[in-house]
Design a protein around this ligand. Sequence first.
Ligand SMILES: [Cu+2]
Length: 322
Amino acid sequence: MSPTRQENRRFNPRRWAPRGAALAVLGLAATGCASNDLTRLGMPEPITNQAERVISLWQGSWVAAFAVGILVWGLIAWSIIFHRKRSEQLPPQVRYNMPIEALYTVLPIVIISVLFFFTARDQAVLLDTDEPADVNIEVVAFQWAWQFNYLDDKKENDGEVLFSQTGVPNPDGTADPSTQTTLVLPEGATVHFDLHSTDVIHSFWVPAFGFKMDVIPGRDNAFQVNLEEDTEGEYIGRCAELCGVDHARMLFNVEVLPQDEYDAWVSEQEQAASEAEAEAAAVEDQPEFGEGTGAEGAGTEGAETDEEGTGFGGADTEENDE
Ligand SMILES: [Cu+2]
């Protein structure tokens, strides 16, 4: 017994301490040298103020988890190294030790309370929709695509639809990018989203927002984001709620444009929408059994959308030309 113990004692603290320190320094250096990808711990690059906040919460949670982990791993290592079995005698037992039992109870409560505090604080900010928005968009989720209704910002959330972008559920059951719709947003703007579903629960998720929200039939969910400057580019959007057999097809694109390009795009869309409206009105004025084929362009897509249950009148006419 005794030679082993002596060997252990000589072997352990002096030699392991420098090795541990070297490993820690290496770890820190690796973290410091790497790009933001590593420090974001799997989160995508944020494009909104809100996403920055979510990432801070995410990182803080990891720091807390690592602190607890290091403490626990340290205690395990300490027990393994310094409290190895030395004889057949049972070591002193510590059950019913009040201070230790109290520690086991109080420490987790403290940890949970701290996590709860920061989560509640950030949630309050993320759900705040008081700031006047530059762009108001109604997101309509349906099986299995998305419609983005650009609302008149003057008639905030209650006004008419200026124009819509509507994805078409892909009939062959695959995720075809050509049928996906694009959510176009201006750089640096405050964007308000109203979320509505026409059938089942979906979840509106733009990973670069660091945030997603359920889209629930019969409920008015809303949130808004402050897009940062220099975020021009293309991003992805997803449904994050298993909403049915073709849930995987509920994809959309997000395009962030500089303000001037966005304005140009908006007036283009508005013009297309009003032209489509005029055309639809002309078709309606025609005698019902006259030329007959006048409605072909206006009919198919709009009718299809209505069958899907979106039932948003503005969208039907405006999307017909596309
Ligand atoms: Cu869905």
